[in-house]
Structures are given as structure tokens and as C-alpha cells.
Design a protein around this ligand. Sequence first.
Ligand SMILES: [Zn+2]
Length: 188
Amino acid sequence: MTRTPLTRMKIKLLATVTALAISAVACQSKPKETMETSKQKPTEPTTKVVKSEAEWKAQLSPEQFRVARQAGTERPNGDVYKQFKKQGKGTYYCVGCNAELFSSNEKFDSRCGWPSFYDPSKAKNVVTKKDFSGGMVRTEVLCAKCDAHLGHVFTGEGFNTPTDKRYCINGIVLKFVPDASDKKETQK
Ligand SMILES: [Zn+2]
């Protein structure tokens, strides 16, 4: 049986619709480099969180994995930073294990292009260690519960904050939970 012109048109139309649908899906699956936000306070870990590389890869986005598990650094002044600057009052948790790390009380504008805090909100969940990578001596900031790389801390830069410390943190490894009472929480 030969195909009628109408059938051919139908096939062409179907092909177009399918192509559109595929490109729509492709757009959606583009890696989103934004800070996770949740209305619900997560359940914090009570003990050390130890996972294999494969387990972390399955749980985290490629960018989260690169920063948290491979000591990577997110792009400065990126979407995550823009998002951070707009956020109101709230708490920042570790994206890997939900440990509370920082809060908006210690957030300050250092203009460095990365989320900055002058003190961890719960010091027990943040540890530091000397980092000799990149030909510099820096102090690395890590999550005490899951050993995720968070960023670096710099001291004595002259910031007008109670500690004059700048916890320069990759926003991609944080999970933001806005204070329920803060109206700014709905702002994207
Ligand atoms: Zn963690």
C-alpha cells in the first residue's frame, strides 16, 4: 500500500512534535547550578556520614560532587551567588549530609563572588585544615559530619565583622532553609 500525501504529512507532523518534545526534555535535564532550597528543616546526622564515591555520585549533582567531594570551586559571581544575595533569613545545611553549617545571622557581603559568613552557626559541624594546594597555604573548610569540601576561611582581611574571618563557601554545597517567619522566603 502506498502512503497518501495526507499520511506523509501526518508522519512529518509527528516527527516535528517528537523532536520538539525531545528538545524540551533536553532543556530540562541541563545541569542546574543552583543552591538547593527547602521549606522543611532536614534531619541532621548524629554520627559521621561515610559513603562510597559511587553513592555520593548517585546522590549529588555533577557540580555538587565536583565541589564537595573533589574540592572543586564553583564559578564566582554565578547564579548560586546571585541567589545567595537575594536570600533572607534562614539556615544553611550541608547538601551531602544535612548538618547545619551556617546561618544568615553570620552572612555578610564580602563582594568576593562567593557566599561569605564570618562564623559557622554551629562550629561543631565545621572543621578546618591546612590546604597546600595551588602553591598557596590556605585553610580549607569542611563539613565535620561527611567531610565535604565547603570552601576556605581567610582571617584578618579587615572586614568590619565580629571575627574578621571570611568563610568563603561554595553555595552549591549548601542547602538553604528559609526562616518560616521571613517573608523573603518566597523570593527567588
Ligand atoms: Zn556534610
